[in-house]
Structures are given as structure tokens and as C-alpha cells.
Design a protein around this ligand. Structure first.
Ligand code: ARG
Length: 462
């Protein structure tokens, strides 16, 4: 072995150790220690396979596998001394293993490289996060379903351009987010299925001349199969990019919903009351209850999409196979994952706890001439007017109501007939908000029956 100044893993070729700046730019142990459990799982699987294929002895494999568990518990108990000189988690673990079990530790790195090792560790880490995202999304979807079921027939205004458009139901609005988070869920599941191939055994880039069994290590680590091309296995990070892009799309959905909660909880809207548990106060204005969690969720998309962009730029133009650039993958993914999981949990908590203010929703649902389309549709259906003419007649009636300072149902039949003589009393039946939503029975429409059918369908899925 070499002296202290050069590296114990590759010191044979080196006369001097690295400059302090070199060490600082090169080291990843400050962050990749988060993959310790995955690194040790990968090494334990590798050691068992090396013994099964006769590359190392059973007793060496046994010593390695047990020693690795000792190292793991030292890390988990916070007793492990991480060393920047040892660069990354892989070499920190291996060096400590050497101290714990001695000579057999040197046989662990047979038939592999840090290149397949890091790809394996990182995949296992990302896979765990996809599983966490799946649970977080399922919990959020269930919370939304509970809201939708309770308020399947509560009327509220539906908006386009944030202007009152047509009445919808609370349940329908909640179910819109169920659809969005449901697609996020399917993206997460797709990404997991696609990424679940083992890089282990690809070695540095070309595979190995040792008679390894990649099927065995793949199975031991819960992969569906070994990755079929060793160059690809060590050099792509598309699984991390897919994680980040799925996270980004979900974060966009979260931010839109968060924005609605911010608006809805304002004194001007009063559509929802957020619970004390998910609100904050103001240190100066005693009356305030602020939707900080919603605001922070709204903001998270910035860093999550930032991570996606950053890793895209890291990977762009890299020649095959491994380049050290790829060490820059981890901090982006770690930060995005932490914030995605937190945002999902916070949104679930807010949705579970929040109260929809039925009266405010109903009052707002009828304002802004929200049943004007129903009136136009009535003119088409009952009087046989072409829709364009009906639109015009309705526009005149809206203008009349506006000038009188009343809503459409408050116009008298004489008022109505002054615009179109054939209008009858029957028209009032479509001007109520409840009838408006009840009538929207088209598949996927806002009618409470349709909403309940969708809630039922989703409940069977999640
Ligand atoms: N710390 C490195 C990374 O995160 C591990 C792989 C290093 N491989 C190498 N050939 N230098 O990418």
C-alpha cells in the first residue's frame, strides 16, 4: 500500500496526493452519503454473487457481507467518520470495511467499478423516491376524493380567465385535480417500471472478464433484469431526468392548486377555510391567517424544475461512457425529491383539514350572470333559435340585468319578453344554479351524478 499523501485506492500510479482545491472540487461525500444504505446493499449483493460464481471464497464473502452491516450500523448511528480525502460514499465504505475486516475487503471490488456502483446506488435511491412519490400521490388523491364526495353537489362558480363562467360543483373541481395527480401517479409508475434494470456488473464501461452473474445481483436488488448494454448502463441518467420531469409536472399541478387555495382562502373569496394546523399568523397584524404552506408549495416548482433543467444541461453533449460531470446529478435530485415529498405531504394535510364554505361558494356561484349559457341553451332548445341568435338575445338580457343592478333570475317575464317575445315562464327553471349544474350530464360534466360516478371509479383504483 502507498503512503498517506497519495490515494489508497489508486495510489500505485501516483507520487503525490491531490491539491486541497482538487480534493474540494472532486469530493461528493458531503452529499452522496445519503446513498450509504443503497451502496451497502449493492456491495452485499455483489459479494454474495462473487462467492456464488466462485470468484471469491465463501468465507471472504461472508466476512465482507457481515462487515458491511457493521459499517452500515455505524453510519446509521452517526458514529461513522466520513473523510473528504476518500472522495465519495463508495470509497468511504470500502476503506472502513478494510479497517473492520482486513484483507478480504480488498476483494469486494472485483469485477465492478465505481461507475456501475454509483449508477446502481443512485437508481436504488431514485427508485425509493418514486415509491415515496407514489404513496404521497395516493394519499393526496384520497384526500381529494373525500372532499369531492362530501361536496359532489355543492355549487360554486367555474372560471375562465378567472372571470365567472358557468356554475360547477365543488366535487367537480376537486376531481379535476384527482385527474391531474392521477396522471402524475401513472408517470411515476411508468418511470419506475422503465428504470428498473440493474447497472451492476457493467463494471467501468465494457463489462468484465470475471464470470459474474448479473441476473443474480439484479434479483437480489429488486431489479427486473440486468441492463443489456454496459456502456449505456454506466453512462445514462435518464432515469433521474424522468424522475425530475415527472416531479416538475406534478409540481406544476401542485402550484396551480396551491394558487387556488391562496385565492380561495382570502377575505375577498372565502371559498375555503384552511385549518390552523396548516396556516400561520402575522407578528404584527393580529387578524391575519396566512396560507404559507400553499404559498411555499406554489414556489417549490421553481427549484424542482430548476433541478430538472440543471441535470439536462449536465447530461447534454456528454460523450459515452462515464464522465465526472455526472457526479453533479445527485444534489439536484436530492433537493428536488425532498421538496417534492414535502409539498405532496403539505398539500395532503391542507386538503384533509380544509373546510369548504358552502354558503360563500353558493353565493358566488350565482353571481356574475353565471347561468347566461343556460339561458342561451334554453332559447335554442325550446324556441328553436340558432345558437348565435340565442347568444345575442342573452347578451341583451345580461346587459339589461346589469343596468338594473340585478341577476338574471330577477328579471321579470315582461323584461324578458321585451327582448324576445316568445320567452315563457319555463325559462326560470334553467336560471337557477342548481338546475344549471344538474343539467350538465354529459360524460365528465359537472352534474353531481357525473361527479359521483367519477368518485366511485377513482375509489376503486386507489
Ligand atoms: N462519486 C462519483 C459519482 O458520483 C462516483 C463514480 C466515480 N467514478 C469515477 N470513475 N471517478 O459519480
Amino acid at each position: 500500500m502507498t503512503d498517506q499523501s497519495s490515494n489508497q485506492m489508486w495510489g500505485g500510479r501516483f507520487a503525490a496526493g491531490p491539491d486541497a482545491i482538487m480534493e474540494a472540487i472532486n469530493a461528493s461525500i458531503g452529499f452522496d452519503q445519503r446513498m450509504a444504505a443503497q451502496d451497502i446493499a449493492g456491495s452485499r449483493a455483489h459479494a454474495a454473487m462473487l462467492a456464488a460464481t466462485g470468484v471469491i471464497t465463501d468465507s471472504d464473502a461472508q466476512a465482507i457481507r457481515e462487515g458491511l452491516l457493521t459499517v452500515l450500523s455505524e453510519i446509521q448511528n452517526g458514529e461513522f467518520q466520513f473523510s473528504t480525502a476518500l472522495e465519495d460514499i463508495h470509497m468511504n465504505v470500502e476503506a472502513r470495511l478494510k479497517e473492520v475486516i482486513g484483507e478480504p475487503a480488498g476483494r469486494l471490488h472485483t469485477g465492478r467499478s465505481r461507475n456501475d456502483q454509483v449508477a446502481t446506488d443512485f437508481k436504488l435511491w431514485v427508485r425509493d423516491q418514486l415509491d415515496a412519490a407514489e404513496s404521497g400521490l395516493l394519499a393526496l388523491i384520497r384526500a381529494l376524493l373525500a372532499q369531492a364526495e362530501a361536496g359532489a353537489d355543492w355549487v360554486m362558480p367555474g372560471f375562465t380567465h378567472l372571470q365567472t363562467a358557468q356554475p360547477v360543483t365543488w366535487g367537480h373541481h376537486m376531481m379535476a385535480y384527482v385527474e391531474m395527480f392521477g396522471r402524475d401517479l401513472s408517470r411515476v409508475r411508468d418511470a419506475r417500471a422503465r428504470m428498473n434494470e440493474s447497472p451492476l456488473g457493467a463494471a467501468a464501461l465494457a463489462g468484465t472478464s470475471f464470470p459474474i452473474d448479473r441476473q443474480m445481483t439484479a434479483e437480489a436488488l429488486g431489479f427486473d433484469r440486468p441492463a443489456a448494454n454496459s456502456l449505456d448502463a454506466v453512462s445514462d441518467r435518464d432515469f433521474a431526468l424522468e424522475f425530475l420531469s415527472s416531479a416538475s409536472i406534478c409540481a406544476v399541478h401542485l402550484s396551480r392548486f396551491a394558487e387556488e387555495l391562496v385565492i380561495w382562502s382570502s377575505a375577498q373569496f372565502r371559498f375555503v377555510t384552511l385549518s390552523d394546523r396548516f396556516s400561520t399568523g402575522s407578528s404584527i397584524m393580529p387578524q391575519k391567517k396566512n396560507p404559507d404552506a400553499a404559498e411555499l408549495i406554489r414556489a417549490k416548482v421553481g427549484r424542482i424544475y430548476g433541478a430538472n433543467t440543471a441535470l439536462m444541461m449536465v447530461m447534454k453533449g456528454l460523450p459515452l461512457a462515464y464522465s465526472k460531470d455526472m457526479q453533479e446529478d445527485k444534489e439536484q435530485v436530492f433537493d428536488a425529491a425532498d421538496n417534492w415529498m414535502l409539498a405532496l405531504a403539505a398539500m395532503e394535510g391542507m386538503v384533509k383539514d380544509m373546510t369548504a364554505n358552502r354558503e360563500s361558494l353558493a353565493a358566488a356561484a350565482g353571481s356574475g350572470f353565471s347561468t347566461a349559457t343556460d339561458l342561451a341553451d334554453w332559447l335554442v332548445r325550446v324556441l328553436g333559435l340558432p345558437f348565435r341568435d340565442a347568444h345575442h338575445v342573452t347578451g341583451s338580457l345580461v346587459a339589461m340585468a346589469e343596468s338594473k343592478g340585478c341577476d338574471l333570475p330577477d328579471l321579470t317575464l315582461e323584461d324578458m319578453q321585451s327582448v324576445h317575445a316568445d320567452i315563457t315562464d319555463d325559462v326560470y327553471s334553467v336560471l337557477t344554479v342548481q338546475n344549471s349544474v344538474n343539467s350538465r350530464q354529459s360524460y365528465g360534466g359537472t352534474a353531481p351524478d357525473q361527479v359521483r360516478a367519477q368518485v366511485k371509479r377513482w375509489k376503486a383504483l386507489v
